[in-house]
Design a binder for this molecule. Structure first.
Ligand SMILES: NC(=O)c1ccc[n+]([C@@H]2O[C@H](COP(=O)([O-])OP(=O)(O)OC[C@H]3O[C@@H](n4cnc5c(N)ncnc54)[C@H](O)[C@@H]3O)[C@@H](O)[C@H]2O)c1
Length: 369
């Protein structure tokens, strides 16, 4: 069977210190016979030498553009704007299937080059569950920042930190606090509950069953709300502007981990722009005060922990990438139809079709094996 060649790229976003493959998992890949090229990266949380030490080949940052055509390029966030034609198979979060800005342009680049997008958001098991996700640390950070802010101890601008440092801050923060986590049974919800626990706060936990008949007065009795809901269909909002104007509202801090701002799925349509590392908190109401935290790249604040967990979850899928017998035009290993990667590829084809983008018969083909 043709050897699988993975190529871990440098992330072009300068604040992105995370990586989808950490050195210990790089070792597992190499030991399993995968050829792994790792681009040098000034900001990646793990030094390049750690990859070299476990048998990876090292390449210059951004050199994936001239990688052999059978290499599978692995990353997390957006690609740089060049080249205009993408010839490789790419594994990353493309954010390109919900008509996001730039989505069509990205898919057209793939179509022009004959490459393919394997979007990590759509890498799911047979029951549709995500195989690798950053949700836990998003929830942990959303809740942690909210508690620290509520107790007056949130330093800004935010900077990447470690779990140990954050835990110490949470444990030393003080003050009585009633908190509610909605979406509490999910990955982010679990992270939020753990962070609140570190801060000595036992939150009220709501998930689907508790919001079916939403008790908004009870919601507004909590001082802190962490929203970690993931819904796929529009539902009535948890909060409206009118609720924020309730004079008896006890809610003071709102942490929206979901950040579906501007989407028809938004359950918190009480704000219209996210907050960020430089300005993590925005006041939504003065009397009584209500502050919002709505940051859309929370896990990047704990790059080591977030990368380690994500990489461990992704590793079995990466090892499985080339196990099928189908071949692409380039001669590299293909993906099996029906499996997680096959479904990713189907989703890519479907998204292109929806936009009327034509794809040739080439590496992007899924074969029945
Ligand atoms: N802000 C960030 O940096 C960041 C990072 C990663 C993920 N996220 C987002 O966080 C959200 C949650 O992700 P996740 O991985 O935890 O998802 P998940 O699927 O693991 O959990 C979502 C939970 O929401 C619950 N839920 C769905 N509809 C509900 C409703 N009407 N009422 C109450 N609960 C409901 C589900 O039952 C589930 O328990 C997603 O929107 C994701 O995109 C944000």
């Amino acid at each position: 069977m043709t050897q699988l060649h993975l190529w871990l790229r440098h992330e072009s976003r300068t604040t992105e210190r995370r990586t989808p493959v950490v050195p210990s998992d790089a070792r597992r890949l190499v030991e399993s016979g995968v050829r792994l090229t790792v681009e040098d990266s000034p900001q990646r949380i793990f030094p390049t030498e750690a990859y070299e030490a476990v048998g990876c080949e090292i390449a210059e940052a951004g050199s994936w553009v001239s990688a052999p055509p059978d290499a599978v390029i692995v990353g997390l966030k957006e690609l740089p704007d060049e080249p205009a034609e993408l010839v490789h198979r790419h594994v990353f979060f493309g954010h390109a299937y919900k008509r996001q800005p730039g989505a069509e342009a990205l898919l057209r680049r793939f179509a022009a080059g004959g490459g393919a997008l394997f979007d990590l958001e759509y890498l799911v098991d047979d029951d549709g569950r995500r195989l690798a996700a950053f949700g836990y640390w998003a929830g942990y950070l959303g809740a942690a920042l909210a508690v620290l802010h509520h107790r007056g101890g949130l330093g800004t601008p935010l900077r990447p930190t470690s779990k140990e440092e954050l835990e110490a801050e949470l444990r030393s923060s003080e003050g009585e606090l009633t908190a509610l986590v909605i979406g509490a049974l999910g990955r982010s919800g679990r992270g939020a509950r753990v962070a609140l626990g570190e801060a000595g706060v036992e939150p009220t936990c709501w998930d689907l069953a508790e919001t079916r008949d939403l008790d908004r007065p009870v919601l507004l009795e909590h001082e802190l709300l962490v929203n970690t809901v993931l819904t796929t269909r529009p539902i009535p909002p948890f909060l409206t502007d009118k609720d924020l104007d309730e004079p008896g509202r006890r809610l003071r801090t709102l942490a929206d981990v979901t950040v579906d701002v501007g989407s028809p799925l938004n359950v918190l349509p009480v704000y219209d722009t996210t907050t960020d590392w430089a300005h993590p908190v925005r006041r939504l109401r003065e009397a009584p005060p209500l502050d919002l935290i709505a940051i859309d790249n929370l896990p990047s604040l704990l790059p080591r922990e977030a990368s380690t967990d994500f990489s461990a979850a992704l590793l079995p899928s990466l090892l499985d990438f080339g196990t099928a017998e189908s071949r692409g035009r380039s001669g590299g290993p293909g993906v099996r139809s029906g499996g997680p990667w096959g479904r990713c590829l189907d989703r890519f084809h479907e998204a292109c079709r929806e936009l009327g983008i034509e794809l040739g018969t080439d590496d992007t083909e899924v074969r029945d094996v």
